[in-house]
Design a protein around this ligand. Structure first.
Ligand SMILES: [Fe+2]
Length: 164
């Protein structure tokens, strides 16, 4: 299908984030399983719930426009998930704090991709005067920013110091 309008671009990118979320939720579960610090494990588990909530909103928005949430495969997130597994899980770590520091950076790379996606789609929704969509996407964006900040605090407050 060709993309002929901003609306087409908007739906395409909503489907892209949906696919990105679907892939990152699996990887985040795996990172939670590999994390040692209890606070980090809990943050990753909450991250999984947050991604699911985002997917529910995305599915609602996409279906309301008569489109299929599963219409795209995000290759960007496919790459980030490969990175997260290779660096955060399969790497040979001699120190669990070093692994936790790596897990945080890998999770944040995936989270930042979602933040970029939500931010762009919110801007498209505003331009298209889709107020409900923009409001829902703004909530997803806020939740993603809050989640991301928690990982920065974990890294700066404790984990990177322990790993140093
Ligand atoms: Fe993508």
């Amino acid at each position: 299908m060709g993309l002929n309008s901003l609306k087409d671009v908007y739906i395409d990118q909503l489907q892209d984030i949906y696919s990105a979320c679907k892939q990152s939720v699996t990887a985040t579960n795996e990172l939670a399983g590999a994390a040692s610090d209890e606070g980090l494990k809990a943050a990753l588990e909450d991250g999984v719930s947050g991604i699911h909530r985002g997917m529910d909103s995305l599915e609602e928005i996409i279906r309301a426009h008569g489109a299929d949430p599963h219409g795209e495969h995000c290759k960007g997130m496919e790459g980030l998930v490969k990175e997260a597994r290779a660096h955060g899980i399969e790497e040979d770590f001699g120190d669990k704090d070093a692994q936790d520091a790596m897990i945080i950076t890998q999770y944040q790379r995936m989270a930042h991709y979602a933040i970029a996606g939500y931010g762009c789609c919110k801007a498209f929704a505003e331009r298209l005067e889709l107020k409900d969509d923009a409001h829902k996407l703004d909530q997803c964006l806020d939740a993603s920013y809050d989640g991301d900040r928690r990982f920065t605090e974990l890294a700066e407050g404790k984990i990177n110091r322990k790993a140093a």
